[in-house]
Design a protein around this ligand. Structure first.
Ligand SMILES: O=C(O)[C@H](O)[C@@H](O)[C@H](O)[C@H](O)COP(=O)(O)O
Length: 252
């Protein structure tokens, strides 16, 4: 069963998220010598940054950063998830540039190629598909949309059934921009630690659906079910106002 933490104030939420990520980083580096993390877009990069940028104990040189999803746009475009993360995080901490995996700008016109080339980056870091059937990220950081989408996995989309590719293209995202790439559900749910972050009134209804009526098969519910106790929700009291799902007290 997932863990739900709800915080009165957004800055306390961010600092708790930061503690969670720092612990995952410490434990992964101790166990495997590095920390592999996938970031989403939306408000997540700045929420994460608030909780970690000032921490001097983080071993940034051991971080390998991927994107849970990315829009097929130039890296300096306002729609780029990379740009969000660059502004909020990468520009402020010394993660080695060659350990930050952005999409390849040469393939923006062909989302299948864009996804395949990005998958090759995963293969380089996690080893070949023949050796590692599914890459296991140390930490997967996700947002959730009001429709229950997460990454670029949208409700009722055929992509939810993809179980061979690690990275898939999508050309018809209901949320603009339509052309994107995304980690597949298989990869997302295989991570050691999976965290959702949701804040504000606009998340009230979707939290009730995802946490209380998982049978609707929404992408965020599927991650919740498949990830089980590896899934942690960081929400604010505004977002969790309507849910009766049991909340835990945050202690780390
Ligand atoms: O690619 C996208 O369309 C966004 O990145 C999206 O997936 C985002 O993660 C959610 O909509 C939640 O965003 P917020 O947490 O900012 O509400």
């Amino acid at each position: 069963m997932p863990t739900l933490y709800s915080f009165k104030q957004k800055d306390v939420l961010c600092s708790a998220l930061g503690k969670y990520v720092k612990r995952a980083s410490r434990e992964s580096i101790k166990a495997r010598g590095r920390f592999t993390i996938a970031l989403s877009g939306g408000s997540l990069p700045s929420q994460l940054a608030q909780g970690i940028v000032e921490d001097e104990s983080i071993e940034w040189d051991k971080w390998f950063v991927f994107f849970a999803d990315e829009r097929a746009v130039p890296l300096n475009d306002h729609d780029s998830n990379y740009r969000l993360a660059e502004d909020a995080l990468f520009s402020k901490v010394p993660i080695p540039r060659d350990q930050i995996f952005a999409i390849d700008q040469n393939f923006l016109n062909d989302t299948q190629e864009l996804a395949d080339v990005y998958e090759k980056d995963l293969v380089r870091v996690f080893a070949a598909k023949e050796t590692v059937k599914i890459p296991a990220f140390d930490c997967m950081l996700l947002g959730v949309g009001p429709d229950g989408h997460t990454c670029s996995l949208f409700p009722n989309h055929e992509l939810l059934r993809e179980n061979i590719a690690w990275v898939s293209p999508i050309e018809d995202s209901p949320k603009p921009p339509p052309r994107r790439i995304t980690l597949t559900l298989t990869v997302v749910t295989h991570a050691h630690n999976i965290a959702f972050v949701a804040a504000g009134q606009s998340k009230q209804d979707i939290l009730v659906k995802v946490l209380e009526t998982p049978d609707e098969g929404l992408p965020a519910s599927l991650v919740n079910q498949m990830g089980g106790d590896r899934v942690t929700w960081f929400v604010d009291d505004e977002a969790s106002k309507l849910t009766v799902f049991p909340k835990k007290e945050f202690k780390l």
